[in-house]
Design a protein around this ligand. Structure first.
Ligand code: GLN
Ligand code: ZN
Length: 769
């Protein structure tokens, strides 16, 4: 017998029930009891679903109202002092204060969970952080699952991972120094779980897939030697990458089991078969917890049959990682093409795949002949489908002449040609693309989608919005205008819907953070652009004004990164296909007279592999894709890019290699600290560091913008400095936007005058490029 278990499960529900519950509660439409009852029912439904689908051991403690990393902070009783909350007596109000902030205290910071699009709440560590075990929430979950007759396995974020993911507040210190106290707290948690009847406990240490400093690896030994003394069986879960380099170390630890992600790192299986001691559980993560494709069941049986022969019942089967990152059920989709639907496996389908593998291993392939045939059939259909393969795309990529990803001339030559026609003043002002998405805009788009508004009425409404946006920008005195992106509900979906090779689900939601969910497009086939996507809107906007209007595109890396990407081609190749399709759009925009074109790449940084050894390769193909999208234009056409949501200091050389004429980048929250990196690196092209934090309703005052720009002028020559907000303005309201941009433009004018008179230049500056 082998065992099917899960590392974790999605929480939002088939119809985003958790989102509804949370938002109803936050808006006072339901009370705490209703939130409590509703969320417990959802959790129970998911457990029963797992049980019905043949899962032998279900996770408990993975269901969080807001975030499981926040829940882990509560379990170890370590909440930031600034909230004045006691973990053991935390009510809903306190919980959501941590997650969402209060009038007095900003929320815990949020950041991406490894290389996924899930955001966790960042723990805050200080020298005097204290821990105290608070097992009650986990015991409640365990008892609830036991009450349903489930075999339940409590799941904990591991102590090393929890420490690593937190950030130091206050006086700097080594957060690893908190480990001894934290480990004792985990030991108490394990005791409490054992007393409540837990047999297995899963402890997640995904940081093992990162490049860890030696001290952290050494700490792994002491930590797990101590925890293994608890009267439970410990399953250490690793995922998102290979841990083969730690095989010997892991094998030497007194662990009862180890989970490996064999989707991301299949080759590590052999290493562990060599090292892993007999009699201990080896959990094979074989269906992809992070993507939506059906598994190749026959391939996995080929791989696993000998392993099962060797390990017997100590071979466990699981998805590669928690199913948190995967939508729930393909069966809910009614509009996907039958073909595409057949190729997909969401969480429910993945459970079936595991069941087939288990029966295949235990009873032989004949017992699952029809399931295997179904899986094979779907894969064959997929691999030969004309929906996927467009020979002209492959041919075009193959025929690309060398140097297709280069502008004709280097930046200084281009800059001079651009300056000649643009005649922009020093410190030109612009925005990042979107303007407030008002209820009127959203309802027009919704009505158009539902067929209540016909094409021409819809276009009229959008044109009216564009005209308003242009007039407002002119009145504000901005130099380079945008059309405002009213027609886009989402910067990826808008392009995905118009490119071939992308499909969209109705219910394929995954949690981004708290109640926020995203529905990533499914990139299933060769990408091409059947028709222009943005040209008409941009041309219309340009027709309304004598100031230059910037065309606005989402870049190839971001389109790739924010989609579920096909697994039958290397990502680098898919990215090149997208780049070529975008390049068609760039050239059409240019032909239509749009001579400033921005290609947004907010996701460039987050595509970085977890292991540094793989960074160079990624940055190489990602950068090439960007250049491929932006090449072929005249020297006088100005290419912008925009990046945000991340720290860019460590990938600056790669950003330089994009060779965009202008980069606008988020910096205001870090008080321009990023510019020190840009400065010491002597960033060679133009740069617009954001001076307006659009993530906050706070309106930046003139003094503050002046200070930020003066700081920028210390590192960026005035001739290469642009003035703009941090990001798009779609989530803001017009009144605040107008005030903030008004302040921004006034400051730019004042500094411009000062620079023109040669006054007030920081030492060492000059006005020439
Ligand atoms: N052009 C986009 C906008 O302004 C950029 C959004 C982003 O960077 N995330 O909305
Ligand atoms: Zn942005």
């Amino acid at each position: 017998m082998t065992t099917i278990h899960l590392l974790g499960f999605g929480r939002i529900g088939a119809r985003r029930e958790l989102k509804t519950l949370l938002e109803d509660y936050w808006h006072g439409r339901i009370d705490a009891t209703a939130l409590h009852t509703g969320s417990r029912q959802l959790r129970q439904r998911h457990w029963l679903l797992q049980k019905g689908a043949g899962v032998d051991i279900s996770p408990v403690g993975d269901f969080a109202l807001y975030d499981h990393v926040l829940d882990a902070q509560i379990l170890v009783g370590a909440l930031p002092e600034r909230f004045g909350l006691n973990a053991a007596q935390l009510d809903n109000e306190g919980y959501f204060a941590l997650a969402r902030g209060t009038a007095e205290q900003p929320a815990l910071e949020m950041t991406k969970w490894f290389d996924t699009n899930y955001h966790y709440l960042v723990p805050e560590w200080s020298v005097d952080t204290c821990f105290s075990a608070n097992p009650a929430p986990l015991l409640e979950a365990l008892q609830a699952a036991q009450g349903l007759g489930m075999r339940a396995k409590p799941v904990l974020v591991g102590p090393l991972t929890l420490l690593w993911l937190g950030k130091v507040r206050g006086a700097p210190f080594d957060r690893l120094s908190l480990l001894p106290a934290l480990v004792e707290t985990y030991a108490s948690l394990l005791q409490a779980l054992a007393a409540a009847g837990a047999d297995w406990v899963q402890i997640d240490e995904p940081i093992l897939a990162l490049d860890l400093p030696g001290a952290w690896l050494a700490a792994l030994d002491t930590c797990y030697r101590r925890l293994a003394q608890a009267p439970v069986r410990l399953l250490l879960a690793t995922y998102f990458g290979s841990v083969a380099s730690h095989a010997a170390r892991l094998a030497a630890l007194p662990l009862a089991g180890l989970h490996l992600d064999l989707v991301r790192a299949p080759e590590q299986l052999e290493t562990f078969l060599e090292h892993w001691p007999a009699g201990r559980v080896l959990s094979a993560g074989v269906v992809d917890g992070r993507n939506v494709w059906r598994a190749d069941l026959e391939h996995w049986l080929d791989r696993l049959e000998p392993v099962y022969g060797q390990l017997g019942e100590t071979l466990w089967l699981a998805p590669s990682c928690s199913l948190l990152h995967c939508p729930l059920d393909v069966a809910q989709e009614t509009r996907l093409s039958q073909d595409v639907k057949l190729w997909l496996a969401f969480s429910v389908q993945k459970l079936n795949e595991l069941k087939t593998l288990k029966r295949g291993l235990e009873q032989g392939r004949d017992a699952v002949a029809s399931e295997l045939a179904g899986s094979r059939f779907a894969r064959q259909l997929r691999s030969s489908s004309p929906l996927i393969h467009r020979p002209e795309v492959a041919a075009r990529l193959k025929a690309l002449p060398a140097g297709s990803d280069r502008r004709a001339n280097p930046y200084p030559v281009r800059a001079a040609r651009q300056a000649a026609w643009m005649k922009l003043p020093l410190l030109p002002t612009t925005t990042i693309g979107s303007f407030p998405q008002t209820p009127a805009i959203r309802s027009a788009r919704a009505a158009f989608r539902k067929g209540e508004l016909d094409q021409s009425a819809y276009e009229q409404r959008m044109r009216a919005e564009i005209e308003t946006a242009i007039r407002r920008q002119e009145a504000l005195g901005l130099d380079v205008l945008v059309h405002g992106e009213a027609e886009r509900n989402d910067m990826v979906e808008y392009f995905g819907e118009q490119l071939s090779g992308f499909a969209f689900t109705e219910h394929g939601w995954v949690q981004s953070y708290g109640s926020r969910c995203v529905k990533p497009p499914i990139l299933y086939g060769d990408v091409a652009r059947p028709a222009p996507m943005t040209v008409a809107w941009s041309v219309y906007a340009q027709s309304l004004t004598s100031r230059p209007v910037k065309g606005m595109l989402t870049g190839p890396v971001t389109l790739l990164q924010w989609s579920f990407v096909r697994d039958d081609l290397p990502r680098s190749l898919v990215c090149r296909q997208i780049a070529l399709a975008l390049n068609d759009e760039v050239l059409d925009l240019e032909n239509a007279g749009i001579r400033i074109i921005q290609i947004d790449e907010p996701a460039l940084r987050e595509g970085l592999p977890l292991s540094r050894a793989l960074w160079a390769d990624y940055l190489d193909w990602a950068g090439q894709a960007f250049r491929l999208a932006s090449a072929g234009v005249d020297d006088a056409t100005q290419i912008h890019t925009h990046m945000c949501y991340a720290e860019f200091g460590d990938i600056l050389p790669a950003i330089v290699r994009l060779d965009a004429d202008v980069i606008t980048i988020e910096t205001s929250r870090s008080d321009m600290a990023l510019l020190d990196d840009f400065g010491s690196f002597a960033y060679p092209n133009a740069i617009g560091p954001g001076v307006y934090d659009i993530h906050s309703p706070r309106i930046p005052q003139e003094a503050e913008i002046t200070r930020l720009l003066e700081r920028a002028l210390e590192t960026v020559p005035a001739a290469r400095l642009w003035v703009n907000p941090d990001c798009g303005l779609k989530t803001r309201q017009w009144p605040e936007v107008e005030t903030a941009l008004g302040n921004m433009v006034r400051v730019a004018h004042r500094l411009r005058a000062r620079l023109a008179e040669g006054r007030g230049l920081p030492a060492g500056q000059n006005v020439c490029p």
